[in-house]
Design a protein around this ligand. Structure first.
Ligand code: MOS
Length: 699
């Protein structure tokens, strides 16, 4: 590890490589996570989940559990506090999955049916094992297919389907056409820290410490669900050991802990087991995508068709927006996208790192590589020839588009020039060697948030915003942003985050935490500095909200971009694919902290590697349950799987953001799977249109 010089007071903090402020606490075990906090008179709840895939609970015999040492009580649908129905997310509408323990129904395998509360976690688990449950099973349907009879259009929250030009006519007029299907499996967020919440009452106020990505939004949902005013609900977040999307919404741990504290008048902590995190939180849906591309002989695209189907739970809405990049990445005369949702009896599907874009880019960027092959054109060159001048579907101008720069800088670093584009040309002993590349765009924006800054008597500033640090270094980034916005040194900033009581703020999600929170801090700093001009008596405190500024921005195409290059070695005897090198170049706006952003992009590329080769949530059609609900059965890259990764930025600046920022959070995980799949084709001559590229699919 290199060390980085400390920044002197007064020098700009943005752009400085700085280790994260909590780093020492984390590596020395001092950092506090949701499950670490000491709470007086704390009781522990163990969740009991259904063992059937759909049906009803017909009996719950609590006698043995209640007689078990230390057990305080059992919460089930007969005594659980009543919840307000119809609560959900502002994007996706009512969420039936929040209606826990309200009746005897079981909506999917892993559905929570009871909580056993005891003095210690071990006693709660032992009590949970003694609960006698009987079920009546009803037929379940977990079989995903794009042409499933229940298939229907997805919600249009990301805008309408694209329907530019006449796709069929352009395909018919094309010299070369690709028409292929791609599938991706269920994937799980797999945060190291499981979902854990502690809830208690303090007078009239329902308080909670939860591991989540959105304290304000989740407090608001919790308040609505339990029929309380938001002023009487306070959700706090400590250090978070990853979320990757799975902690953006109100989780079962917090609902159940709240119920138990209301019933038993004790602070209650609910920690999901690893298996329960897999079965009872959320996952990325399976997708089935058809991509049609048509081009002239010279490689100019005439047609882009991208139709994606994804599974959802019948209880809650979500949009796995696989087709976004088909609307923005390349120019074409006709562009048609369709998004289809297939409701099944499965756990909720929700955000998992780069929702939509990760599986969508695998399909589109694999198809572009197939088109290059059929045209006999360098796949990099094909992407150069189809650079749009304005939004290909919207016709709107781009704010800053540096896709070509990512391509050329990545190619230079990787050594792409001179590649023999024919497959199966390189060997090392018995290994087949191949290279491949892919790119992406990624929507970027900022969401309204509020921040409060106080000029203290001693010359320091307290900056409060209901942000959280999911492990990406938000604390460090926001402190740098505040220092620069106030024109003071790093040491003059005291940052307070992770508390819904601070006020409305966007979540650590959508790659939009830093843009959203940073803007609010800039706005509050500007307003505060104005108030300080006359030299008032301190302390002076200012709260600013960015809703108006953000909403009044011009309509333009705002995206991050990347280009990813991969080299693989394939053992044709075993089917083993080893990734040898990954190079990523990213246009992610101005970089607040190059050390942390490079680290996040590198981590994202490791996740992309996992998507390509390993991740696969396997559901058993007969039981309707997930087979591999743990870290032994659900594979992702370990250190030995990770090759040399070179992730770096190209010069970029977002003009519609006060700091020039775009979101670098998730884009690292995108385009990697296609780059690797294209490299495997280059090595072996065989296309892989179904992820992951398992050994048995390679041999
Ligand atoms: Mo992210 S998958 O938007 O937390």
């Amino acid at each position: 590890m290199t060390t980085h010089p400390q920044v002197l007071a007064g020098t700009p903090a943005i752009g400085t490589a700085r280790s994260r402020v909590e780093g020492r606490d984390k590596v020395s075990g001092k950092a506090r996570f949701a499950g670490d906090l000491p709470v007086e008179r704390l009781a522990h709840g163990a969740v009991v989940t259904a063992t059937i895939a759909r049906g009803r609970v017909t009996g719950i015999d609590t006698s043995s559990a209640l007689a078990s040492p230390g057990v305080i009580g059992v919460v089930d649908h007969r005594n659980a506090p009543r919840l307000v129905p119809g609560v959900g997310s502002p994007f996706f509408g009512p969420d039936g999955q929040l209606q826990l323990l309200q009746d005897d129904r079981v909506a999917h395998g892993g559905w929570p049916v009871a909580l056993v509360v005891a003095e210690t976690p071990e006693q709660a688990r032992a009590g949970a094992e003694r609960l006698r449950l009987t079920f009546v099973e009803q037929p379940h349907d977990t079989a995903f297919a794009a042409d499933h009879p229940a298939a229907r259009p997805a919600l249009p929250a990301f805008g309408p389907d694209a329907d530019k030009g006449d796709l069929d006519a352009e395909l018919a007029a094309s010299a070369v056409v690709v028409d292929e299907r791609y599938t991706t499996p269920a994937q799980h967020a797999c945060a190291m820290e499981p979902h854990v919440a502690t809830a208690w009452l303090e007078g009239a106020v329902l308080r909670a410490i939860d591991s989540n990505q959105a304290p304000y939004g989740i407090a608001a949902q919790l308040a609505t669900l339990f029929g309380r005013p938001l002023s009487e609900v306070r959700v706090q977040v400590e250090q978070v050991g990853g979320g990757f999307g799975s902690k953006t919404g109100l989780g079962p741990q917090l609902i159940l802990a709240t119920m138990a504290t209301l019933l038993f008048h004790r602070p209650v902590r609910v920690t999901l087991t690893r298996e329960q995190v897999f079965l009872a939180t959320s996952a990325r849906p399976r997708t089935d995508q058809r991509v049609r591309l048509g081009a002239d002989r010279d490689g100019r695209l005439r047609a882009i068709g991208h139709e994606a189907a994804f599974e959802i739970s019948g209880e809650s809405e979500f949009i796995e927006n696989c087709v976004e990049i088909a609307k923005t990445l390349y120019a074409a005369d006709a562009i048609r996208t369709r998004l289809t949702a297939v409701p099944l009896d499965i756990l909720p599907v929700a955000s998992v790192r780069a929702p939509g874009t990760a599986p969508g880019s695998f399909a589109l960027e694999s198809a572009v590589d197939e088109l290059a092959e059929r045209l006999g054109v360098d796949p990099l060159e094909l992407r150069r020839r189809n650079e749009p001048e304005v939004g290909p579907v919207s016709g709107l101008p781009f704010t800053s588009r540096n896709f070509q720069r990512c391509l050329s800088e990545g190619a230079r670093r990787f050594g792409w020039a001179g590649r023999d584009h024919r497959p199966r040309r390189r060997r090392e002993g018995h290994l087949l060697i191949g290279t491949g590349m892919a790119g992406t765009s990624f929507l970027t924006t900022a969401f309204p948030s509020s921040a409060t800054i106080t000029a203290e008597r001693d010359g320091t500033f307290t900056v409060a915003i209901a942000a959280i640090d999911i492990g990406t270094g938000a604390r460090t980034a926001l402190r740098a942003i505040a220092a620069d916005a106030l024109g003071v040194g790093w040491d003059a900033i005291r940052l307070e985050i992770g508390d819904s009581a601070i006020g409305p703020a966007w979540q650590a999600g959508g790659s939009l935490g830093t843009t959203s929170w940073g803007w609010a801090i800039v706005a509050a700093a500007r307003d505060l500095l104005k108030q300080l001009e006359p030299g008032p008596a301190l302390p002076v405190s200012v709260t600013s909200d960015t809703t108006e500024e953000i909403m009044s921005r011009p309509h333009r195409e705002r995206h991050s971009y990347s280009a990813v290059f991969a080299e693989v070695a394939v053992d044709p005897a075993t089917g083993e694919v080893r990734v040898r090198r990954l190079v990523g170049r990213f246009a992610v706006g101005r970089v607040v902290n190059p050390l942390m952003v490079r680290s996040q992009l590198t981590g994202g590329m490791v996740m992309g590697l996992s998507i390509a080769l390993q991740e696969e949530g396997v559901r058993d059609g007969v039981s309707g349950r997930q087979v591999n609900a743990d870290f032994a059965g659900y594979h992702f890259a370990a250190n030995a799987d990770v090759p040399f990764i070179d992730a770096d930025f190209v010069d970029d600046h977002e003009p519609d953001d006060p700091l020039g920022l775009k979101g670098p959070g998730e884009i690292g995980a995108v385009a990697v799977a296609a780059a690797i799949a294209n490299a495997v084709w280059h090595a072996t001559g065989r296309r892989h249109r179904d992820l992951p590229i398992r050994l048995d699919r390679v041999v």
